[in-house]
Design a protein around this ligand. Sequence first.
Ligand code: HEM
Length: 265
Amino acid sequence: MAALTADYDREILKILGSRIDSLVNDDAAAAHEPDKEVADDGDDDIRALDILSLTVASSQREGRPLRLVETFSTIKSLIFAGHDTTATLMSWVCYLLGTHLSIEEKVLKEIDSVLGSRTEPTLADLSALTHLGDVIKEALRLFPAAGSARIGPKGAKLCGYDVENVIVYVAPFVIHRVPSLWGADADVFRPERWSDDQINPDHFVPFSRGRADCLGQKFALLEGKTILATVYRQFVFRPVKEIRAKRALTLIPGEDCEMRVMKRS
Ligand code: HEM
């Protein structure tokens, strides 16, 4: 398998960027045509619409129709905020499963039994893939793709320090590995903790918390399950070497994430 290098990643992002430019431009222009009514008469119709039409429809419903340039930038933010983060998460899950074979075996058993003869999961399958869900959360705990930052408001203090106008970084990578929050095995990949232990939601912050938390967090978990169930139905991955995390725009594998892809028998 070709190694997924940083250069390769950059090349993909460049291609993706220009594809998005042309696709979103054409479709956004079409969705904004003056005589085009976007169906939005109830939940059933909404379910059938794509994200672009939903964005235009909801702004029409709220009485402040988006200008073309606003629709364009909303769609681009969704794609860019969701692409690298989810791709990084997928790399870490494949790496962790490839280095923890008993956990991988449990995941494969679950996927096979839930999907039966299907090669791709249905929406109902996704809720039944509970162990896979725990694996994704555990990978997000050990290798949270993103962090967040806030500027301290007027008079703000944090642990006795004056942080007014100071940029405060929130580092989930650190919070997620504190033994007093997660136990003595905080550094261990143990998906069972999500079903066995009482997890305090304030200790798990890969999507941040509060008013400006990640808009796509539920979508990211569904998307992750869909990708992993589809891929692991047919293939498994074996890392070629040990990989450590490196902080870039997201928390990426520090070296080329070389994996052997093996077709399942
Ligand atoms: C594993 C996947 C993902 C992770 C770890 C992640 C993490 C985050 C984090 C930490 C923030 C910053 C929140 C803050 O500053 O408090 C954020 C913001 C955001 N995310 Fe995600 N994200 C993921 C996937 C997605 C997906 C799939 C989408 C869209 C479909 C998305 C859309 C957004 C948007 C629009 C924001 C900005 C929210 C705002 O400023 O109000 N994210 N994400």
